[in-house]
Ligand binder design. Structure first.
Ligand code: ATP
Ligand code: MG
Length: 431
């Protein structure tokens, strides 16, 4: 027998038993975002490699070593998107969505990064991202944080803490950068290889280093927050006031710089200690420079992206119940005539009963095997169509979860009976 082909390392199937949890999470996010007036945008998964080089920056982990780039059949260099922001800006510019208007957008889907796979870190992973354009104030930064805080609550997640920082304007950052390089150069013997390489290309990223040997030195480095321009300082003060007024707790982390180069002013992360080293579940901030960098008019922008795998892991860790599909009924049929009538009846009931979840047994089978499948489906009721029922134009209904007696009802009555079952279930869930 030929050897089975396996999935690519770091890329995973989401199996039927896991997908209800994903759907529930996605549904929660979707309705929450709709409630804040955000619209969905869907972008292609493939983009020109240049888009990411120009937006994310050449001297970043992503562009240096994590992108899935390849030449297509025409020899054009394409890349599987490593994140959504660049594509979102490209799509907005290309479709004139930023002209004389503001936008509040979200997207969801797979992202690709060639990293070392480990718990919470994959090569194909999923993000839900939110981006806003044309809004320059701290109010929208605060709203983005409110949305995420509300989401954790809606999902029943606890122990996710908020860290915030301000990166200032690019001018203030340039001045700070000089001081930082001076400081780091004076401690060059303590820098690891990555940091030495970045010393002049991207020194701020050194502050983000996870290398334990460098922590003490980084701790004493000059702080960006103490070198903010007046505008950024006021923006940050106002953001803090808005968070305080909403009762949202946060910690100011002066070393929070984010991995991507296009951020300015507000940056924030939501972090948990419950997932080991991969604890950042959501990261965001302001990127006022990006639209212009990609060829548009200067446009303020602010957004965030959250890692779905990490949120799913957190839900599992918290012991949150997996939603189990519970069809209303499972139809078993014995004999050719019963099958003919049964499938006809099932379609009629679907026409007549909105919201009906009815599984039809396909592939015939013995009494025992059909009931085994009915039970496994999670259905509340079995509908039974055998020779006896066919002779009397009835159908037997059997309670699979309770202990009420099996009864026979007229086939003509089945629609009404199913109506009642569906209504009762809706009542029970208080919907
Ligand atoms: P990290 O520091 O963990 O590498 P990052 O700064 O590269 O994160 P972002 O580009 O800001 O991450 O992406 C936003 C979120 O997407 C992260 O906070 C995380 O939850 C998730 N994420 C990023 N990379 C991965 C990955 N390889 N596998 C799973 N989730 C990821
Ligand atoms: Mg990363």
């Amino acid at each position: 027998m030929a050897k089975n082909i396996q999935a690519i390392r770091g890329m995973h199937d989401i199996l039927p038993e896991q997908s209800p949890r994903w759907q529930q999470l996605e549904q929660t996010v979707k309705s929450l975002l709709a409630g804040y007036g955000y619209s969905e945008i869907r972008m292609p998964i493939l983009e020109k490699t240049d888009l990411f080089c120009r937006s994310i920056g050449e001297v970043t982990d992503i562009v240096e070593k994590e992108m899935y780039s390849f030449a297509d059949r025409n020899g054009d260099s394409l890349t599987l998107r490593p994140e959504g922001t660049a594509s979102c800006v490209r799509a907005c510019l290309e479709n004139g969505l930023l002209h004389n208007q503001t936008q509040k957008l979200w997207y969801a889907g797979p992202m690709f990064r060639h990293e070392r796979p480990q718990k919470g870190r994959y090569r194909q992973f999923h993000q839900i991202g939110v981006e806003t354009f044309g809004l320059a104030g701290p109010d929208i930064d605060a709203e983005l944080i409110f949305i995420t805080a509300r989401l954790w609550k809606a999902l029943g997640l606890e122990g996710i803490r908020l860290e915030i920082n301000s990166l200032g304007s690019s001018e203030a950052r340039a001045a700070y950068r000089e001081q930082l390089v001076e400081y780091l150069s004076a401690h060059e013997e303590l820098l690891d290889e990555d940091s030495k390489r970045r010393l002049h290309s991207n020194p701020l990223r050194i502050l983000d280093s996870k290398n334990p040997d460098m922590q003490a030195m980084i701790e004493k480095a000059p702080r960006l927050l103490e070198h903010l321009d007046e505008d950024s300082r006021q923006h940050f003060e106002r953001l803090k006031a808005l968070l305080d007024a909403a009762g949202i707790e946060y910690r100011i982390n002066t070393r929070l710089v984010r991995g991507l180069d296009y951020y300015c002013k507000t940056v924030f992360e939501w972090i948990t200690d419950r997932l080991g080293a991969q604890g950042t579940v959501c990261a965001g901030g302001r990127f006022d420079g990006l639209v212009e960098q990609l060829g548009g008019r200067a446009t303020p922008a602010s957004g965030f992206a959250m890692g779905i795998e990490r949120l799913i892991a957190l839900l599992e860790e918290a012991g949150a119940e997996t939603p189990i599909p519970r069809p209303h009924a499972y139809l078993v049929m014995f004999g050719d005539q019963a099958e003919l009538r049964g499938m006809q009846l099932a379609e009629q009931c679907r026409n007549a009963v909105p919201g009906l979840q009815l599984v039809v047994n396909c592939g015939a089978g013995s009494f025992k095997s059909q009931f085994k499948r009915a039970d496994k489906s999670g259905a509340a009721w079995a509908l039974i169509l055998g020779e006896d029922e066919m002779m009397t134009n009835t159908i037997a209904v059997k309670d699979l979860r309770g202990d009420s007696e099996q009864q026979n009802i007229d086939q003509a009555e089945l629609e009404n009976w199913l109506h009642t079952v569906v209504d009762k279930q809706l009542e029970n869930f208080g919907e």
